[in-house]
Design a protein around this ligand. Structure first.
Ligand code: BGC
Length: 392
């Protein structure tokens, strides 16, 4: 609200991130989980949304959001006995019974076990006391609270969209859900695009197999043969695969984080390109303006669809999971530690002067002068609001 133009979005709901054990109690001068819920009660709200985000070896394939718990250091015990217990003790109180509590479970975690097992931290997270055990435990505990609706994170289409990633990811995540005490009954569904920038739709590229210059659009450099350019078809196909291949009930629904994937502003295309050169055609048509779809840190996106229920078939809601104006990671390689979160590091993907880790031909696209992940980044907030689509 205090930020210029903050009032334009201050009335919309975002998620509260429980990103360390200390966040449950909260800082002396800020809100903890109970304060947030009491505020919801005071406002007469019927919905509260938060992110469960403190697995041991958190953010195993990157550095910006490394967490306080380590598997080798008894992290799983602390996750259970201090973190999940702390959360459950607060949210299970009778006074909150009338509030629907939505929990997004552990952003990027299980997807890292699909594609990043070449990283030692992820390998360890794939074993005992790691991500699978942690999520199973979290779901078991949250499922004991009748007014909690858990949605397990599934990354986004620009990460898991290739068939070689999609099917193993669906299988792995289904297995973890089915390993819980209540099986499919322990979740309400899945959440995609958490803290990412992938658009809900690519309105001018509806057909990934369209031929341009003798090649399908999905073979363009930016798509690298990934046929999912957008979250909507990705989450609908994900849901369908869970139902048809893994026995999920048709009641499961999907969430899409639309906080930063609007891609409006002056550079937004207004129609399909007429170029016969494939890459020119795609680059002039796509609304996702990133130079690489793997660029995840502090991109100059725009606020997307406002939070809304049942916006499309199979989708429970568009939601704002990552609050606009909070950094994805610190840009300066010569950074000072964050006193609240000393495990957070500088990730090269947050350095505007570095190249994308997977493609040395393109930059990271990250904004400069960014503070540590989760810290307030006013320049980013302004860009997101200015480039909102639909406009604010
Ligand atoms: C950070 C968290 C923060 C969250 C939301 C994550 O990248 O690691 O500390 O709460 O983003 O801004």
């Amino acid at each position: 609200m205090g930020e210029p133009n903050g009032a334009l979005i201050a009335g919309e709901s975002t998620f509260v991130w429980m990103d360390r054990i200390g966040a449950i109690e909260g800082p002396d001068d800020g809100y903890g989980l109970e304060d947030h819920l009491d505020e919801a009660l005071a406002q007469g709200a019927d919905l509260f949304q938060f992110v469960v985000y403190d697995l041991p070896n958190r953010d195993c394939a990157a550095l910006a959001s490394n967490g306080e718990l380590r598997i080798a250091n008894g992290g799983f015990e602390r996750y259970k006995n201090e973190y999940i217990k702390g959360i459950s003790d607060v949210i299970s109180q009778q006074k909150y019974q009338g509030i629907r509590i939505v929990a997004v479970i552990e952003v990027d975690s299980l997807p890292n076990l699909v594609t990043n097992l070449d990283e030692a931290d992820c390998q360890e997270a794939n074993g005992p006391g790691g991500y699978r055990d942690g999520i199973q435990y979290a779901l078991n505990e949250l499922a004991k609270i009748p007014n909690v609706y858990s949605y397990v994170d599934i990354a986004h289409s620009g990460w898991l969209g290739w068939p070689n990633n999609f099917s193993p990811a669906v299988a792995l995540i289904a297995k973890v859900v089915k390993s819980t005490d209540k099986g499919w009954q322990s979740i309400a569904g899945f959440a995609s695009n958490s803290a990412n920038y992938t658009p809900v739709q690519e309105p001018y590229l509806p057909n990934p197999d369209l031929q341009v210059g003798g090649q399908p659009v999905r073979s363009a450099s930016i798509y690298e043969w990934n046929a999912y350019f957008e979250e909507l078809r990705f989450v609908q196909d994900w849901r369908a695969a869970m139902i048809s291949e893994h026995g999920a009930p048709s009641s499961i629904g999907m969430l899409i984080d639309t906080g930063r994937n609007g891609w409006g502003g002056p550079d937004r295309p207004t129609g399909q390109s007429t170029s016969s050169d494939l890459n020119t055609f795609v680059n002039e048509s796509r609304i996702d303006r990133r130079v690489h779809r793997g660029n995840w840190c502090n991109q100059a996106g725009g606020v997307g669809y406002r939070p809304q229920a049942a916006p499309a078939s199979g989708v429970d809601a568009y939601v704002w999971i990552k609050p606009q104006g909070e950094s994805d990671g610190i840009s300066d390689p010569n950074f000072a530690l964050d006193p609240n979160d000393p495990a957070k590091q500088h990730d090269p993907m947050c350095d505007p002067n570095k190249y994308n880790v997977d493609n040395g031909a393109v930059g990271t696209g990250a904004l400069d002068d960014a503070p540590h992940a989760g810290r307030w980044f006013p320049e980013a907030f302004k860009i997101l609001v200015d480039n909102a689509y639909p406009p604010l």
